[in-house]
Ligand binder design. Structure first.
Ligand SMILES: [Zn+2]
Ligand SMILES: [Zn+2]
Length: 161
């Protein structure tokens, strides 16, 4: 019954010593299918795929996957946490102030150089989070509105009992 993709994700989990469960697979698949997805949205996608799952179970699965390095969590100011499965390259993000759209952007000068701080003050740095804020192309064509730092989030709750 398992598709090839699911099998790959299962072996990905096993390789990290993570217990393979239908919920974790579904969460991993949801994040892979929709970069920068929110936990609420993951819950919607998983429910559509495998049926009922509590938001807490979604958070638990996301936390395990983040801790094991299979997915990355970003938390733009004024936005709920977002998750993506593009990990390990320390890429950056462009974030629209108006609609909240998030897109990936590679490091400005090559290979994750931003991990080398000009002065690390003795810290062992393992991640640098860089967000470029502005207005996305779609929002630039709209009449200028006062930029809102906390754009309304699309809520798709209540679709299912
Ligand atoms: Zn926008
Ligand atoms: Zn990203």
């Amino acid at each position: 019954m398992l598709s090839v993709v699911v099998t790959d994700q299962a072996s990905l989990l096993r390789a990290r010593g993570i217990q393979v469960t239908a919920q974790r697979l579904a969460v991993l698949r949801a994040v892979g299918g929709e970069p920068h997805i929110t936990a609420d949205r993951v819950a919607d996608v998983v429910r559509a795929g495998i049926g009922a799952i509590s938001l807490q179970s979604v958070y638990d699965a996301l936390n395990v996957l983040v801790t094991e390095g299979l997915i990355r969590r970003i938390q733009p100011a004024g936005s709920p946490a977002r998750f993506e499965d593009r990990v390990g390259d320390n890429h950056h993000h462009l974030i629209c102030r108006i609609c909240g759209r998030v897109v990936d952007v590679d490091c400005a000068v090559g290979d994750a150089p931003c991990l080398a701080a000009s002065d690390d003050k003795g810290y062992q740095i393992d991640e640098a989070e860089i967000a470029y804020w502005g207005r996305c192309p779609a929002c630039q064509s709209q009449p200028p509105a006062s930029p809102r730092p906390t754009p309304p989030q699309t809520r798709r709750r209540g679709k299912r009992p």
